[in-house]
Write a protein that binds this ligand. Sequence first.
Ligand SMILES: [Zn+2]
Length: 242
Amino acid sequence: MSLLRPLKAAEIVARTIVGDIQSSGLSPGTSLPSEAAMLEQYGVSRESLREGLRLLEVQGMITIRRGPGGGPIVGAVDAAHLGRVSALFYNMAGATYEELFEAWVWAESELAERAARNPDGELRAARMESFLCEHDGGDETLGSYLEEHAGFHRAVAELAGNRVLAFSLQTYGQIVTHHVAVLDDPRNLRGVLIDDHLHIARAVCNGRPRRARELMQTHLGGVVDYCRSRLAVPLDSPIEWL
Ligand SMILES: [Zn+2]
């Protein structure tokens, strides 16, 4: 295998589409041109174009609405997609849930410490603001709960000040969340988690890296214990590719 093999037509068209999305500054949710327009624009066969779009769809960079009025739409640059792709690698390598949990706790603690070290105090305060008050769960749905939980960890990651680290280190949590949401209703954890977030947010906001790291470690330690007790498979079994 070589990383330097020549690209296939579909890969070339996929790269060109990505380049066009970036140079036109198209935001997530924007429709891309119709198939007919793209065939003309890129001068490739219908097969290559479809394969190229499918490559981007698999990686979550676009979504394709099927049927009449459908077509490709720009997707979000989201660590969840990277998580899904990497889960396949972990699965094939035989990596276990125990290893995933360990990586997750380390990664999020690292991000929390870095977030608290972010030199821009105003930015830290602005990003943590909405997590600094007590929440009552009310009648939130599973979806909104997961979104809120992920939103906190994303805000911490973004404050870490390095996009490569922010993306790669968020993938473990994305995989865990995805798997746990399938296993069980994580809203059962709500009381514990929301309080934890509040304390971590305070440490990040106040620029206390060691404390942020320790609190994040404890927070995820609790989540990991919860996941361990509910995982339908042994902890030493390979991570499934969902
Ligand atoms: Zn959390």
